[in-house]
Design a binder for this molecule. Structure first.
Ligand code: HEC
Length: 615
């Protein structure tokens, strides 16, 4: 190369270099913007997915509202900076804290929810995205995010079917302790001692199983191998097949496999069956389940104080408790603290602390003796033995046996176990079409039956699969209202906050109208982001949530849903008709009682109010 060429090349290289720098500078600025757009888009996508997973059951698949308010509204899409800021702050507070007294839960992890603050930002980005699309069904302006959310709810998260639940041979066997005893007897091994690795256990149907775990209880072996289910099937001459691959007992009817038992059918139980009490059981419910009387049950269990004393409709103890000697003490065991000790003795922490002259927050060292009030009972925990309980209360197992009428050799577990007379007609329990419909906010027995081409009162086998109607919203919200969190006062319209129990006074009834109305319709609807009851008396519309009408006793009042939304028709605190949910749903309630004030509310939306007065 000569010098001239060298210089020319250097110049060219220089320009190439400089040029690329400026070019880079030119493309860099838009790239940052695109990066931000990309982040926003991705965030909205994630928001849409989160929405489909967590919010759609109450707010509708595309945010159109239902149980909860509509979130797909022009208001939230407004991009004017000040309004947008306000909206974002309100949304953040509401999603983080929930709304006290309503079904809107708090979602932030720090407040007991399931979402992080980043996930909540994604949701806010979804809700506040500008309108850039049209809803193909309604023509309303919407955003791509909402269309995505609907798509997600269709494809990813949509439950299209539901499995009918209820009794199976396995659950009936477990509830009646059928299987373990028979298995122990068959193999000549003790019922209450663990079986060790290497043992070969004979099953009632001739199979043999080898134990691979170090130690396993007889009960567990019986359950894992469906021993009780097989015994029950044989005892009732039910045709069945044991499927080794699926490890399942499959029922057969006319040689064909069926999903499970038929609710309402009756089964006979082996004679030594017992019943393990469940939470919510009453003497009456247990007797009805087994086709016996309450006195049959009481006669078989003379030593069960609770059963002897409880009324037929009273809930029974389902966790066994033991009487302790007078002047009993609790000796603190390793790992125990005051609250746990109070709980297992059915005491308040404050009560136990006061009796022992220590602060309720005190730490108690192992070995400390805590005085217990007279007549304290100890609730047995899973894994407790009489010996251990006795030691922890400075007494002996024999003394506990004597105090609690426990016979020698009787099994003492945390469960409350009732002896049964011979049972010939155990009634199989299972969900009806109506039971299943009740779990979904906008599904009725009728619509569910139609979707499956069956009758709404057809009995369906436990384990059958039913299709849900196309437009089902999903599982109904938990009925528990948001109790409020530390930050809740910010996430609540003041007017509603004031009406909360313990916070303010309930809303006062308006003036009783002077004139009697002949025809009263009460509409449920949504306006300006608030659900309302609106009284329409003889064609006159009254202000939302403030309406009142005077009627003659015996007048039938129509309740009409003018927008979609789940509402209960709650009159003076009691539901008077089935909930309304779809637009156009109607119910009629007759108000019989004379000279009475009726306050109409909705248990899902505390802001909703209307009043009726009878002459
Ligand atoms: C169990 C039902 C339920 C679920 C699930 C639920 N919400 Fe709500 N939400 C409600 C109800 C009910 C209201 C209205 C409360 C009231 O009456 O003020 C509400 C209100 C809101 C509001 C206030 C709207 C306004 O205009 O004031 C926002 C925002 C909101 N929910 C967002 C969400 C998001 C996001 C999710 C999912 C993470 C979600 N909700 C899940 C029931 C629910």
């Amino acid at each position: 190369l000569n010098t001239q060429k060298q210089i020319a090349l250097i110049v060219v290289f220089f320009f190439l270099f400089a040029g690329s720098c400026t070019a880079y500078a030119f493309i860099d600025a838009p790239r940052a913007e695109r990066q931000q757009d990309f982040y926003k888009e991705e965030s909205i996508r994630r928001g849409a997915l989160l929405f489909a997973n967590n919010c759609r059951t109450c707010h509708g698949a595309k945010g159109e509202g239902g149980v909860g308010l509509s979130l797909n509204t022009p208001d939230f899409k407004d991009q004017a900076p000040l309004i947008l800021n306000e909206n974002r702050a309100m949304l953040r507070r509401t999603i983080e804290c929930g709304r006290a007294g309503t079904l809107m839960p708090s979602w932030l992890r720090d407040h007991g929810g399931s979402l992080t603050s980043v996930q909540i930002e994604h949701l806010i980005n979804l809700i506040t995205a500008p309108a850039d699309r049209q809803d193909p069904e309604t023509g309303d302006p919407t955003s791509e995010g909402w269309l995505l959310a609907e798509e997600f709810s269709r494809n990813l998260n949509r439950e299209t079917s539901v499995i009918v639940s209820g009794d199976t041979l396995d659950t009936i066997a477990r509830q009646h302790f059928i299987g373990p005893r028979e298995l122990a007897a068959l193999n000549n091994i003790p019922l209450d001692e663990p079986v060790r690795r290497g043992a070969r256990i004979l099953l009632p149907d001739g199979r043999r199983v080898e134990i691979f775990a170090a130690e396993v209880s007889v009960q567990r072996i019986a359950e894992d191998n469906h021993v009780g289910a097989i015994l029950l099937a044989e005892h009732n001459n039910l045709a069945y097949r044991y499927d080794r691959d699926r490890n399942q007992v499959i029922l057969l009817v006319d040689g064909r496999e069926v999903p499970g038992l038929l609710p309402g059918d009756t089964l006979s139980l082996p004679d030594n069956a017992v019943y393990i009490v469940r939470a919510g059981d009453t003497p009456q419910s247990i007797a009805e389940l087994h086709g016996i009387t309450v006195s049959d049950l009481r006669n078989r269990n003379p030593r069960n104080q609770d059963l002897q004393q409880a009324g037929a409709q009273d809930e029974l103890e389902f966790q066994r408790s033991l009487a302790l000697p007078p002047n009993a003490v609790a000796i603190v065991q390793v790992g125990q603290a005051l609250p746990g000790i109070a709980l297992t003795h059915g005491l308040e922490v404050a009560e136990l602390a006061a009796l022992n002259n220590i602060p309720a927050t005190a730490t108690v060292a192992p070995g400390t003796r805590l005085q217990l009030p007279a007549n304290t009972r100890y609730r047995l925990q899973i894994g407790d033995t009489l010996d251990a309980v006795a030691r922890a209360h400075n007494t002996t197992a024999d003394e506990l046996r004597r105090l609690n009428n426990i016979e020698p050799g009787e099994r003492v577990t945390a469960d409350v176990v009732l002896q049964l007379p011979p049972i010939r007609a155990y009634r199989v329990q299972g969900q009806s079409v109506a039971d299943i419909a009740e779990d979904y906010a906008n599904v009725s027995a009728q619509s569910l039956a139609e979707a499956n081409q069956i009758s709404p009162d057809a009995p369906i086998r436990v384990g059958s699969t039913l299709r849900l109607p196309e437009d089902a919203w999903g599982t109904a919200p938990p009925t528990a209202l948001n109790p409020g969190t530390a930050c809740v006062q910010f996430a609540l319209p003041q007017a509603i906050y004031e009406t909360l129990p313990g916070v303010g006074t309930p809303r006062a009834a308006p003036q009783r109208p002077a004139a009697v109305s002949q025809q009263v319709v009460i509409e449920a609807g949504l306006e300006g982001g608030e659900f309302f009851w609106r009284v329409v008396a003889d064609g006159q519309r009254q202000p939302n949530n403030q309406g009142a009408a005077l009627i003659r006793p015996g007048t039938a009042v129509r309740f009409v849903n003018v927008n979609p939304g789940l509402h209960s028709i709650t009159v003076n605190g009691q539901d008077r008709a089935q909930d309304i949910s779809a637009q156009g749903d109607e119910r009629t309630v007759t108000f019989e009682q004379a000279n009475t004030t009726f306050q109409i509310t909705c248990k899902y939306h505390p802001a909703m109010h209307a009043w009726l007065f009878t002459e």
